[in-house]
Ligand binder design. Structure first.
Ligand code: SAT
Ligand code: MN
Length: 580
């Protein structure tokens, strides 16, 4: 039997269900990409940008009701409801197939069906995985070209006919009433209908690399995480690799390609969103970026916040839902330039000052990793990069100090599980409300999160030298609502302290929370930040923490007896240390 027999059988089955006018296997070539772009320009689903200043760039406007991930329409379909856990929406697999199968019936009539074989991870890496995605959206195919490795490189990687994650996607009628994103982890299958946007539609990303990926990772003993990967080079040229979990639209892309404000230090970018992490033969964690593009948030991307990104998106980039200038260039809020006259907003309507934002707050750029000026020479290393530290970061105006370090692996896993954050425009719903988001994985963990915490705990003893674990919060504010820490390139000072901690030299005080940098531990040279402002950013309050831990205890209760004992012990240990 040929290696693609399983994929061909599944594609036939899908074609019988969706009834496309034509089936096209994507080969990932430049010619194919150009053809798709031409088709979309002709159809009006893509708008050509200024080819002199933005060569190869185009703009896509999504349906106004389809601008972000829709978590309430995202389901984990496991046979047992408990395997999905209390933090996921659940549907019985048979119910899902029946209900959503009815929407797929004939959904591609008169449309082209594209079959995209794609590889997540570098060619020839033992950590890389194959997906076969079917879609009726040319925008999705073009985006998959940028975000993944499409074509022969994927088919070549298959070890057995069933060795792939299957993803069926159709735009359907784009109605939120008939929109569903279903995951069947037991079958390594994803069904998505009714959305053409981001994580709902580019199935290699959140659906495969995180939701199905996290399930496979637990079964097979590795980790699929919502993490950026960066290498931090010190003035002597030594590079330390760190992976950081942060919720969507909370600065992962900026951190991953940061230009260091600390002289002599430099950041190398490996990935900005997802990390697949394995234990190697000597007990070292090694991480790959399964993607080959960035799907980054445009608003507030500027020469000040992320100079590398502003360079990177000057060519071969698909912009989605940004505003368009009369010169055919992209514009967004926080770009660092005033809105020019003649601007049209993300819906294509003339924009005037004082009204709604010109660019959608979740507008995006899709650009190849290789265009990033800070791309790491090791970014496609088939063996991955060695991880020495994990960072858990979230968006909290109060309570959580700027940075502190866990006592050990188990305490660090607890700190990750304890994370909460203020919501952003990356998901539909209210912005700025605090919600639980353990390891920034609440929307992406494909199974019961109690078991996920258990999986993290089990990784520790397998490691010769477990990575240090740090908690950060760049977003803390003072009583006047002003950020206490300048962030962006200045965050290099915090990363440098982490590297010193990893090497055993960084200074810290032991507190009930963990190790907090001493007032003189961080290099603040060249930064005009009063030391007392830093002290305020690093401060913690016993009463606030005891209250927060009370809320955490309530969250843990949702998992009942499935919550691992060590997590419960860490919580009571912390309450005890705080004198509660
Ligand atoms: O829309 S995506 O899920 O791809 C981006 C994000 O929210 O992290
Ligand atoms: Mn993300």
């Amino acid at each position: 039997m040929s290696i693609t027999a399983g994929a061909e059988r599944w594609v036939d089955e899908v074609a019988r269900l969706t009834q496309p006018a034509k089936v096209i296997w994507a080969d990932g070539s430049r010619q194919e990409y150009d053809g798709l772009v031409e088709d979309m320009l002709r159809a009006g689903t893509l708008i050509e940008m200024n080819q002199r200043t933005y060569p190869g760039c185009s703009l896509h406007r999504s349906h106004p009701s389809d601008v972000a991930r829709t978590e309430q329409l995202t389901f984990i379909c496991t046979r047992s409801r408990d395997d999905a856990g209390p933090t996921n929406n659940w549907m019985a697999p048979a119910d899902g197939k029946e209900r959503v199968g009815a929407l797929f019936r004939g959904s591609m009539r008169g449309r082209r069906m594209f079959v995209i074989p794609y590889l997540m991870g570098p060619a020839d890496s033992p950590m890389s995985r194959v997906g076969i995605m079917v879609t009726d959206s040319a925008y999705v195919v073009a985006s998959m070209h940028i975000m993944t490795r499409v074509g022969r490189v994927a088919l070549r990687h298959m070890r057995a006919p069933e060795d792939f994650v299957a993803g069926l996607h159709s735009l359907g009628d784009l109605s939120p009433d008939r929109r569903f994103i279903l995951h069947f982890p037991e079958e390594k299958l994803v069904w998505s209908i009714g959305s053409g946007y981001g994580g709902n539609a580019l199935l290699g990303k959140k659906c495969h690399a995180l939701r199905i990926g996290s399930w496979q990772a637990r079964e097979e003993g590795w980790m699929a995480e919502h993490m950026l990967i960066l290498g931090l080079e010190d003035p002597e040229g030594r590079v330390t690799y760190l992976a950081a979990a942060m919720p969507s639209a909370s600065g992962k892309t900026n951190l991953a390609m940061m230009v260091s404000a600390l002289p002599g230090w430099r950041v190398w970018t490996v990935g900005d969103d997802i990390a697949w992490i394995h234990v190697d033969a000597v007990g070292q964690l090694r991480a790959i970026n399964p993607e080959r593009g960035f799907f980054g948030v445009a608003p507030n991307t500027s020469v000040k916040t992320n100079p590398n990104a502003t360079t990177m998106v000057r060519a071969n980039t698909i912009f989605t839902n940004v505003a368009l200038t009369s010169d055919g260039e992209p514009w967004w809020e926080g770009m660092g330039t005033d809105p020019p006259p003649g601007l049209v907003d993300w819906q294509g309507k003339p924009w005037s000052p004082g009204g709604a934002p010109a660019a959608h707050p979740n507008s995006r750029f899709t650009a190849p990793v290789t265009q990033c000026p800070s791309v790491s020479p090791a970014w496609e290393d088939p063996q991955g990069v060695p991880i020495s530290g994990f960072i858990f970061g979230s968006r909290r105006s109060r309570v959580i100090p700027l940075v502190f370090e866990a006592f050990d692996w188990q305490h660090g896993v607890f700190l990750g599980s304890a994370m909460s954050t203020e919501t952003t425009a990356a998901i539909t719903g209210q912005v700025g409300v605090v919600r639980r988001d353990p390891m920034a994985m609440i929307p992406f963990c494909g199974y019961n999160m109690a078991d996920y915490f258990g999986h993290w705990l089990n990784m520790g003893p397998r490691l010769a030298k477990p990575p240090r674990i740090f908690r950060v919060n760049w977003f803390r504010r003072d009583e006047d609502g002003q950020f206490l820490w300048p962030g962006y390139g200045e965050n290099a000072r915090i990363l440098a302290w982490m590297v010193e901690r990893i090497r055993g030299t960084g200074k810290a005080v032991e507190t009930p929370l963990g190790f907090i940098p001493t007032p003189d531990a961080m290099d603040l040279s060249g930064l005009s930040l009063p030391r007392e402002r830093l002290a305020q950013a690093l401060a913690w309050d016993r009463a606030e923490w005891l209250e927060a831990l009370g809320d955490l205890g309530k969250f843990y209760e949702e998992f009942g007896g499935r919550l691992p004992g060590p997590i419960r012990e860490e919580l009571s240990g912390m309450i005890r240390r705080l004198g509660g």
